[in-house]
Design a binder for this molecule. Structure first.
Ligand SMILES: NC(=O)c1ccc[n+]([C@@H]2O[C@H](COP(=O)([O-])OP(=O)(O)OC[C@H]3O[C@@H](n4cnc5c(N)ncnc54)[C@H](O)[C@@H]3O)[C@@H](O)[C@H]2O)c1
Length: 326
């Protein structure tokens, strides 16, 4: 099949492109380069620079490249920014998806994979979040992902398009240093940033009802996440009319304090963390049940938190060589 990978010049998209092509699929990247980087697109893979809001351009690209499947990663992803700019987030993430689906259903596309997020769950009050846990997003970003899932599912039901919404948990790591995430929006790069300034990392709240008092999350290596896309693509290809909603996590919780300890062990930067008050809206614990994807697709994560941090640190050092410990 030929897959259009929207957002393929982004952090996760670049890994998905590599995993899909390694698995023998053809890929075309469609990206407006708003946060992506053309250098992340491998040689020999066509890159079309365009927005998902541009339906005419999408229609042309789908026809020209005889696209039969779409992996839709293109979106804005910062929770805080979405609170300040909800209209922009709804335009890019919801309207961009609607326009894309219109082009897709008018073309010869049979499979559609949508990048959703654990943000759809909001503040789940359960040990392990299953796909049946009620979705109560806490931010416009999370809302756009939930609405996106509805749009994708409704379109699949109405047209026969095979669809999957993949709810990513906390993504970290890189396949190689040049593919690392360059944004500083998540715990790992935020801690790296402090260590680079020779300052103590910050913990937002250590009075949560968790064993060490800090928040617990489920971290997933981007290489494993990319492989989950290959498994999903294969399933959609072989079973027309499929409608999947799947968590993508490891099913293992790691606390902020444990992450900071592992980061210290990997980087050689040892600081006693500074504890500051909780951030509003941070749930105590969000950990996936990864059972459904294991049962349905036979996929399971292979990399642990140490692998994620070590590979992310190599990427960080590319841009911040002064952070290296002698
Ligand atoms: N990184 C995470 O931890 C995480 C977690 C859950 C879900 N996600 C989702 O995964 C997807 C990819 O995230 P990422 O971390 O790689 O982010 P990213 O910002 O690195 O990648 C997004 C890509 O989409 C492109 N893009 C954005 N808006 C576009 C538009 N309207 N038209 C065309 N291209 C557009 C950007 O240029 C960029 O290359 C997003 O949908 C995000 O919401 C990410």
């Amino acid at each position: 099949m030929t897959w259009l990978i929207t957002g393929g010049a982004g952090y996760i998209g670049a890994h998905v492109v590599r995993a899909m092509t390694r698995a023998g699929e053809r890929a075309v990247v469609y990206d407006d380069l708003s946060t992506g980087d053309a250098a992340r697109v491998p040689d020999g893979i066509p890159l079309v620079v365009g927005s998902t809001l541009d339906g005419d351009r999408l229609a042309r690209v789908l026809a020209e490249h005889e696209v039969t499947g779409v992996v839709h990663l293109a979106a804005k992803k910062q929770v805080g920014e979405s609170v300040d700019q909800p209209l922009r987030y709804y335009r890019e993430n919801v309207e961009g998806l609607r326009v894309l689906l219109e082009a897709v259903t008018a073309a010869d596309v049979s499979a559609f994979v949508f990048s959703s997020s654990a943000a759809v769950y909001g503040m789940p009050d359960v040990d392990l979040v299953t796909e049946e846990t009620p979705c109560m997003p806490m931010s416009p970003y999370g809302e756009t992902k939930l609405v996106g899932e509805w749009l994708v599912r409704a379109t699949g039901r109405a047209t026969g398009l095979s669809t999957a919404s993949l709810r990513y948990f906390n993504v970290a790591g890189a396949a190689s240093p040049e593919l690392a995430d360059t944004g500083v929006f998540n715990l790992v790069p935020m801690v790296f940033e402090k260590l680079t300034e020779n300052a103590a990392p910050r913990i937002f709240g250590d009075d949560y009802p968790t064993p060490d008092g800090t928040c617990i999350r489920d971290y997933i290596h981007v290489v494993d996440l990319a492989e989950a896309h290959v498994a999903t693509a294969r399933a959609l290809q072989s079973s027309p009319g499929l409608d999947l909603t799947l968590n993508i996590g490891r099913g293992e919780g790691v606390s902020v304090r444990e992450m900071i300890d592992t980061i210290a062990a990997v980087t050689g930067h040892h600081h006693v963390p500074t504890v500051t008050p909780r951030r509003p809206g941070d749930p105590a614990r969000v950990v996936a049940s990864a059972d459904r994807i294991a049962t349905e697709l036979g996929w399971k994560a292979r990399h642990d938190v140490h692998d994620m941090i070590a590979s992310a640190w190599q990427g960080w050092l590319r841009h911040h060589p002064q952070a290296a410990r002698d």
